[in-house]
Design a protein around this ligand. Sequence first.
Ligand code: IMP
Ligand code: MG
Length: 175
Amino acid sequence: MAAEKNEYTVLISEEEISRRVKELGKQISTEYLGKEILLICTLKGAVIFSSDLARKISVPCELGFVKAKSYAGDHTTGSVDISFEDIPDIKGRHIIIVEDIIDTGLTLKRLSEYFLAKGPASMKICAFLDKPSRRKVGIKADYVGFKIEDHFVVGYGLDHNERFRNLPFIARLDQ
Ligand code: IMP
Ligand code: MG
């Protein structure tokens, strides 16, 4: 196997991630006290963040999944493929869309338009990472784990050609 440790530089450690996810869970639990949440995880990137976050939320919480794909390797294709199979009923629910990272904003724009049209009681966006300098459309997350510079990052669910999703930290890929 290739010496993976020389291919990246750690940007956000496992400890920092764990602390921040705990804070986000606490904030969401406080803000949704007395309500039930439908957490919608965007596959595959947000799967690890969603599972950690869900376990730090203390109000009742259902999980739903959508599959979105816009990246090929380390560049955005500019078009977003979304598969909405297996999405629970949205109408009248308090939904939170959980994303791994907001880059151009195109994926979340598509997702939020789709879900808003289904008549949720409320809709918020929770993104683990945000690269504001890359934005092409006006999308803002209600909850953000960390803001980062314009680096291609991997780990904690984020991939490069399906590799590195299992790293427990966020790292910048060295070119
Ligand atoms: P957007 O539609 O341009 O906002 O891109 C969102 C999707 O692109 C994310 O959900 C990721 O799957 C992917 N993506 C964007 N930036 C990165 C990155 O730095 N590393 C890995 N995936 C990324
Ligand atoms: Mg994604």
